[in-house]
Every structure is written in structure tokens, then in C-alpha cells.
Design a protein around this ligand. Structure first.
Ligand code: SF4
Length: 393
């Protein structure tokens, strides 16, 4: 096949499964088994080459076609000659926190970047959902780790307490760019699932349900090819109600978290303008109808803002909203940042809010802030270049 024809072929495959324009063309990362089979078929190669590509891209996490040593030299040269690359996210900077959290600035071929966070010992968000149970016996200083990944460059949702919102949305990430963040961090940290217990949270930059098809394709690749357990993944949505319905129908899916942050519509619309479109009545109806699996609970996340949504009355309203649901609440005291107009509540206010929920029978956990000193904590992700803090190589 001529080079030009082949390029059309691989681009066609990518665009046929992506709802957004794919800026990373001729890349292997993001292609699934069927697409790689079609690719090797187009090249006149035997079908086992597809398995070799899957193994190299997703399990060995090679960074260039030249490193796929299972392929004959002639085929590697052919692919590189055609401009084919793996398309792995490039780690442009690392910021290392005193608590071991690492915030990565990941760069893509079109010059855009997102942030991805590595948290040894997790972020506390897994507390109470069963995934923290057990010993890994991995002999490391940490027993489990959580990777927080981004789904869009920036975010359009405009939550008033979130640094990412200040960016606006630049574009969706492709499935390959979402998976590529995980592959890059696993490689950098020299860890591999399932031997190492890795949790994934889709809670970085962006609203995953506004990039739904790419997000879900990435989930399937992470489960089927990278080897991460869906039971160790959680996606957080600000409340895109139509997609909560779709998500409940998926055969393979992470657990669902809903970013609640307010106890009534007036408060929520002020903090999260999307509440005008999908108010609490619609959101809670979707949450109640969501088909939970055995022992699964919906997580509601609640960022506490001093004097705004952290009163005992608000806690009572939250417990009313969740009455009778299989749910838990993760409380997050606001992580401060430049340009954010709210303040962090004192610990006793956070504890008092938690106690109201617990007394009402709602499991409630306070998430430990991770990597605050490097702006890696929840709601703090913003392109590193725009934040004055020194990178640690
Ligand atoms: S909290 Fe999440 S959904 Fe809201 S603006 Fe920030 S990144 Fe977007």
C-alpha cells in the first residue's frame, strides 16, 4: 500500500470512532484490537502482528515503533517511514510534593497539555468503597496508588471553586491521549497492574461525560489491554444527567461519583452554573435510577467552602437528598488557589458537617488533601506553565 493510502486508512479508523477531530494522527495508542487487526490486514501482514502491537503499546508501553522488537526490522522501518508513532504522552515537567504526590505536565503533539497526578497511598477517595481492602505485598513504601487523569484540555463546566475552570475548554482528549497519560505514569513510576494495586480516577482536568465516547473507549482499553480493573476506577461527573443514563448501560464501566457541592438548587446554581440545565431534582432522579452492581455505592463529592455550603443546615439537606440511597459522601475542604474567591473551612466545621451526615446514616469520609504544595489537589489542576511554582526534575 502506498504511504498516502495507508495514512488515509489509519486516520479513517481513528476518526470513525472519535466524536472530535483527532489531532494526534498516525498514532497507535488509542487503537483497539479490531482496529489494529484492520491495520495489519491493510499492510498485508499476518493477524498475529496485531497482538504484538497490542502487547508492545499497552503492556510494554514502548515509546517508539523502533522499540517493538517483536516486529521484523523491515516492518518497523516501513511504519516509521510512514510517520507512524506510538503517540505516548510526553512528560514535560514533574512537580514532586512533600507527601509523595507527583503532578505531571503531559504534552501532546499539537502543543496542548494536561495534568496527571500520581498519589502513592491513594487520595482517600477510595475509603469505604472496598477497593482499599487487602495487602498488595509489593514490598514498596506504599500499598496502593491512585492516578488522577484528565479527559479534556481545560473544562467548560465553570465550577466556581475550581482552578481548571479558569482555562475554559480548549479541546477534548482522544482515547489514546487519555490512555497515554496512564501508560506514561506507569512507566515513569516503574509499576504495572495487576501486580501493583493501581486505582484510577477520572477527576483531573475536564468533564469526562462531555467527552463521552473517547472517555469510554479509553476505559475499555485500560481494562482490556493495560490490565487495570474496572472496579478500581472511578469517574466523577459534575452532573451531565443524560450521560449518567448512558453510563449505567455500559457493560464495562468505572464506578460513578457525582460532584454535588451544594444542598439546594440556589446554592448549587451559584457554585455550579450547569445546575440551571440539570437541577438537583433531575440529578438525584438519575442517581436513584442508576443501576448499581453488587456492593456498589454512588459517591457524592462535596467540596466544603467556608461559610458558603458548610453549615449544619446544609449537611441536613444533603442527608435528606441522599435518604435511602446506596451512597457515600467524600468531603473535601477547599484546596485554595490563585483566582479562587472562596476560603477553606476550619477542621472543626468539616468534622461537624461529617457528623451530621453520619448521624443521619450517610457514610461520610474526609478526603486528605494530596499535593496541595504543588497545586495537585482536587480542583487545583491548571496548566503548570500558568502557575508560579518551581519544577522538580
Ligand atoms: S470541578 Fe471538574 S467539572 Fe467543575 S470546572 Fe473543575 S474540572 Fe470542570
Amino acid at each position: 500500500m502506498l504511504r498516502a493510502e495507508w495514512e488515509v486508512s489509519i486516520r479513517g479508523m481513528v476518526s470513525s470512532v472519535s466524536v472530535m477531530t483527532d489531532p494526534a494522527q498516525n498514532v497507535l495508542l488509542g487503537l483497539n484490537q479490531a482496529e489494529l487487526h484492520a491495520l495489519v490486514d491493510d499492510l498485508g501482514e499476518p493477524s498475529y502482528r496485531a497482538s504484538q502491537l497490542l502487547e508492545a503499546v499497552y503492556r510494554q508501553r514502548v515509546e517508539s515503533v523502533d522499540q517493538i522488537l517483536t516486529l521484523p526490522q523491515q516492518l518497523r522501518s516501513k511504519l516509521t517511514g510512514m510517520g507512524v508513532s506510538i503517540g505516548v504522552a510526553k512528560i514535560e515537567k514533574r512537580f514532586v510534593s512533600q507527601d509523595g504526590t507527583v503532578r505531571y505536565l503531559m504534552g501532546f503533539s499539537d502543543g496542548q497539555s494536561v495534568e496527571t497526578v500520581w498519589m502513592p497511598e491513594g487520595d482517600g477517595g477510595e475509603t469505604g468503597d472496598g477497593s482499599e481492602v487487602g495487602e498488595s505485598g509489593n514490598g514498596r513504601a506504599w500499598d496502593r496508588a491512585t492516578i488522577c487523569i484528565s479527559s479534556q484540555v481545560g473544562c467548560a463546566v465553570d465550577c466556581q471553586f475550581c482552578l481548571t475552570a479558569l482555562l475554559g475548554v480548549k479541546r477534548n482528549l482522544t482515547a489514546g491521549e487519555i490512555v497515554g497519560q496512564v501508560c506514561a505514569v506507569l512507566k515513569d513510576q516503574k509499576v504495572s497492574p495487576p501486580q501493583d494495586r493501581i486505582n484510577l480516577v477520572f477527576m483531573g482536568m475536564g468533564e469526562p461525560f462531555l467527552n463521552y465516547d473517547n472517555f469510554m473507549k479509553a476505559v475499555r482499553l485500560l481494562v482490556e489491554e493495560v490490565g487495570l480493573a474496572e472496579s478500581r476506577m472511578t469517574v466523577s461527573t459534575a452532573g451531565i444527567v443524560s450521560r449518567i443514563h448512558d453510563f449505567g448501560l455500559e457493560a464495562v464501566r468505572p464506578k460513578l461519583a457525582i460532584s454535588l457541592n451544594a444542598s439546594n438548587d440556589e446554592m448549587r446554581t451559584r457554585l455550579m452554573p450547569l445546575n440551571r440545565k440539570w437541577n438537583l431534582e433531575k440529578l438525584m432522579a438519575a442517581a436513584r435510577e442508576f443501576p448499581l452492581r453488587n456492593r456498589e455505592r454512588i459517591t457524592f463529592e462535596y467540596v466544603l467552602l467556608n461559610g458558603v455550603n458548610d453549615s449544619k443546615e446544609a449537611a441536613n439537606e444533603v442527608s435528606e437528598l441522599l435518604r435511602g440511597m446506596r451512597a457515600k459522601v467524600n468531603l473535601i475542604a477547599l484546596n485554595p488557589g490563585p483566582g479562587i474567591q472562596f476560603a477553606t473551612p476550619a477542621e472543626d466545621r468539616v468534622a461537624a458537617f461529617q457528623q451530621v451526615l453520619i448521624r443521619a446514616g450517610v457514610p461520610a469520609y474526609v478526603r486528605r488533601p494530596r499535593g496541595r504544595d504543588i497545586f495537585a489537589a482536587c480542583g487545583q489542576l491548571k496548566r503548570t506553565v500558568e502557575i508560579a511554582t518551581a519544577p522538580v526534575p
